[in-house]
Design a protein around this ligand. Structure first.
Ligand code: SAH
Length: 223
């Protein structure tokens, strides 16, 4: 994310985005609202300008602090599982490039609270005023995703975008009754995508989906 860059969304970007949406559809993403959000948000804005021509390939790219922007397929997959409704209060762990965050905001979440643990990335996110104006419903926090944001809880939806070694109990506490959390949980080499729904009686329903490969969720002191 470059502070002084001029962001333009050209015809060739739009064309590549349409192709990406077709690819995601072929790979099984069927939620039209999610596909529309991917078609709307210029992914190349969230990457260094060197990636301009390849920003719509279905792959991860490096961002600062040895992290990556998630594959578009992964973003679409997690977002589809979350089933964002207009007015939802959402917590995202792992802001990274802000791409996934923006998709959540675009889908009509009333608030997207997003936590980043690495100061370098958080400072870049702060400088990203372009999106701060367009999406005033995104609130950025520097902190530890394992702790969540108790002051703003409970949340309708919680999304974890890094590989979690276990389901953080404090995040389960911060989930609304009737709400759900989408979290890739570690199984060694890969992670299993899990959706945890907190039922109205407070019990948890667990559903398991496909395997993915995320960067690890960092434990301990914030950097
Ligand atoms: N959704 C982001 C994914 C970035 S990768 C995107 O597509 O761009 C995962 C992100 O989680 C990284 O930015 C990493 O720094 C952050 N992260 C790792 N551990 C964390 C933790 N404990 N709390 C909050 N963020 C964390």
């Amino acid at each position: 994310m470059q502070k002084d860059r001029v962001y333009t969304d050209e015809f060739y970007h739009k064309g590549m985005r349409k192709k990406l949406v077709d690819t995601l559809r072929e790979k099984g993403i069927s939620d039209e609202a999610v596909l529309e959000a991917i078609n709307t948000i210029p992914r190349h804005y969230f990457l260094e300008s060197a990636f301009d021509k390849i920003a719509y390939e279905n792959r991860a790219f490096p961002i600062s602090a040895d992290q990556t922007i998630s594959h578009p397929y992964t973003v679409a997959y997690q977002t589809q599982l979350l089933q964002i409704q207009k007015g939802d209060k959402v917590l995202e762990i792992g802001t990274g490039s802000i791409y996934q965050t923006t998709i959540l905001a675009e889908l009509g979440a009333q608030w997207v609270y997003t936590i980043e643990r690495q100061k370098v990335l958080f400072d870049e996110q702060k400088a990203y005023y372009h999106f701060r104006r367009q999406y005033p419903n995104i609130k950025f926090f520097y902190g530890d995703g394992f702790k969540g944001l108790p002051t703003y809880a409970p949340f309708d939806k919680i999304l974890i975008t890094a590989a979690a070694p276990f389901v953080p109990p404090l995040l389960v506490e911060q989930l609304k009754h009737g709400g759900c959390m989408v979290i890739p949980v570690d199984e060694g080499e890969a992670q299993r995508m899990m959706r945890l729904t907190k039922l109205n009686d407070g019990s948890l329903k667990e559903e398991l989906f496909d395997a993915f490969s995320f960067v690890p969720m960092l434990q301990g002191k914030s950097l």
